[in-house]
Ligand binder design. Structure first.
Ligand code: GLC
Length: 585
């Protein structure tokens, strides 16, 4: 492995970081002292996508061979002389030179046809799986357990959508060769990936390598989208391309793989509605662009939480915050394709118009969130009240986006568009300033026109505009420095500590999120506070390093992973890389 690969390997624990491969849906993790093999699919719990419940390797004398090492390209069982690797994105290959055996506990052997070393279990997914055991000396089937013994040969587990499996050949010589070939090919893929890992300051190099691994490991190909490569938020939980996740992920990828960064925006911008609205999620079988597209599981969760929007009377559009221009700007100078940029800017401009035309739900000139998902902050207390929600974060994003669209129009010499975007940004800035509550000292959100009591991190995001009066910025800095508000031991909490809704573990109701911190790092810089910006960047990097990795969100009191947060999370990894590169410059 390359040096960066070795650095990343320190974090590969088969729990927080599954064994997987760029482009693959297959995940190998630890379970019950063994390994388990599952498939990552859009909005399906992993436990419904089990291919192998447990996989155990045994030595020649019948002892369980423990996992002795996990590297990006292979899992080693040194006691048995066996390795597990990928053979392309849809197959695992397990092989070794001496005498060894493997025991597989599979979900259902009932449907499995047993034919010359080939089993095809009925799978709870669209995919089919097959296992070919090449050169097995012995076979034992007991209940749902298969035990295969080998001398010097290999077992291949093929997992492919609709693909039929090859029958096994009993040519053990060939099996060994194919396993060795699979090992070399997998190592090559990871070496090429790590060769792109950005070079950063020494103290940040280990975590940067791991975060770079996360971005490669989270690549999924979308067969329903012409095989496009999506870097998903997490193969353990979010298997699709979420609109604003794609923006943050692209901002990290640009430092080592600008082309892959561009592909993320291509997917994100590729499926606007006729009205210009960008979808919340792009996935294999379609998009999530309205409440009509909600997967049944998601709808059930909303219903259980007592949410009226589980079954709205009319479809509600679902999107993500308007930071598309922010993401596009991040690729400027990295991708050399003016025609592509022109098309992308036009898509962004249409989506910005959509907010003002179709999401200003009370017609006061200031757009609102019609659904919590569209804010990206699904569970934030600002959505405990009635919809629609007018919010300072949305105002800030829209101002920034119109400012960037105006700058782009100026570059093209389009004076009319420049003027239009500038005027609209001014009007939104005026609306934002009306949200300022001078007595309370924060920007208030409101639900269905009523100002809300909750003080959340969205009240800090207006810093992003770089256009606030110094007096207001001063009050915001005081809130950031106040231990009762945003100066928790690990900052910045998504809800102020003294707010009755503050909860250090609950998603968007207290925990620290790396994207919010990264936006505030930028907001402080553009508001004239370079030193504070730098300090927050360093604190955010330390949080990820000391907290054990790029988790989805962190407890602001302990700095550890919040219990329900997922791990190896795309935007946390990407923004770690982005911040690490910035502070290393
Ligand atoms: C959660 C977050 C949302 C994010 C999505 C995918 O729903 O609330 O902001 O886009 O996960 O990571």
């Amino acid at each position: 492995m390359s040096a960066a690969g070795d650095r990343a390997a320190r974090y590969l624990d088969l729990e927080n970081a599954p064994f997987t491969f760029p482009g693959s849906r297959i995940l190998v993790q630890r379970a019950d002292g063994a390994l388990t093999v599952r498939l990552a699919e859009y909005e399906r719990p992993l436990d419904e996508c089990v291919l192998v419940r447990t996989l155990r390797v045994y030595t020649a004398d019948g002892r369980v061979a423990p996992v002795t090492d996990v590297l990006p390209d292979r899992i080693e069982f040194a006691d048995a002389g066996v390795t597990l690797t990928f053979d392309g994105p849809s197959a695992l290959s397990l092989g070794g030179g001496g005498r060894w055996s493997v025991e597989l506990d599979v979900p259902s052997l009932a449907d499995a046809g047993l034919d010359a070393g080939l089993w095809r279990p009925g799978l709870p997914s669209a995919a089919t799986a097959s296992w070919s055991a090449v050169g097995a000396d012995d076979l034992l089937v007991r209940g749902d357990t298969v035990r295969l013994s080998f001398s010097g040969s290999s077992l291949r587990l093929d997992i492919a959508s609709g693909a039929s499996a090859d029958g096994a050949s009993a040519d053990d010589g060939r099996a060994d060769v194919s396993h060795v070939r699979a090992l070399a090919a997998t190592a090559q893929v990871w070496n090429d990936w790590f060769a792109r890992c950005p070079v950063v300051r020494d103290d940040l190099a280990d975590m940067t390598a791991f975060c770079w691994w996360v971005l490669g490991a989270n690549i999924v190909t979308l067969p329903g989208r012409g095989g496009a490569r999506a870097v998903v938020p997490s193969k353990i939980g979010y298997v699709g391309l979420w609109q604003w996740d794609a923006y943050f992920i692209a901002a990290g990828l640009r430092h080592g793989d600008p082309e892959l960064a561009r592909e993320q925006l291509d997917l994100a911008f590729g499926f606007p509605t006729a009205a210009g609205q960008l979808p919340d999620v792009v996935h294999d079988d379609g998009v999530l662009a309205s409440s009509d597209d909600l997967p049944p599981g998601d709808r059930d969760n909303l219903r259980r939480a007592g949410s009226a929007i589980a079954d709205p009377t009319a479809p509600i559009p679902l999107t993500k915050p308007p930071l598309a221009a922010w993401a596009l700007r991040a690729l400027e100078g990295r991708v050399d394709d003016p025609a592509w940029f022109e098309r992308a800017w036009a898509t962004v401009a249409r989506s910005q118009d959509w907010w003002f035309r179709d999401s200003d739900l009370d017609g006061d000139g200031m757009p609102e969130y019609g659904h919590p998902y569209s804010s990206g902050l699904d569970d934030s207390p600002v959505f405990d009240a009635e919809l629609p929600v007018a919010s300072p974060d949305l105002a800030a994003y829209l101002i920034l986006q119109d400012d960037l669209l105006a700058a782009h129009a100026r570059d093209r010499g389009d004076r009319a568009a420049d003027a239009m975007h500038r005027e609209r940004a001014e009007a939104t800035l005026a609306a934002l300033e009306r949200m300022w509550d001078d007595e309370a000292g924060f920007f208030r959100s409101s639900g269905a026109g009523h100002p809300l009591a909750a003080q959340t991190a969205v009240s800090l995001l207006p810093l992003l505009t770089g256009r606030l009066p110094g007096r207001i910025v001063g009050r915001m800095l005081a809130a950031i420095d106040d231990p009762e508000r945003f100066a928790t031991p690990f900052a910045v909490p998504t809800v102020a500590a003294r707010d009755p809704d503050f909860s250090p573990e609950r998603m968007w109701r207290g925990p620290v999120w790396i994207n919010v911190n990264a936006l505030l790092v930028e907001g402080l810089a553009v508001s004239g506070h370079a030193e504070r910006s730098r300090a927050l960047a360093e604190a955010t990097l330390s949080l990820v390093i000391d907290g054990g990795g790029p988790h989805e969100y962190f407890n602001p009191l302990t700095g550890g992973k919040a219990r329900t947060a997922t791990t190896s999370f795309g935007w946390s990894a990407a923004l770690f890389v982005d911040l690490a590169v910035r502070v290393s410059a």
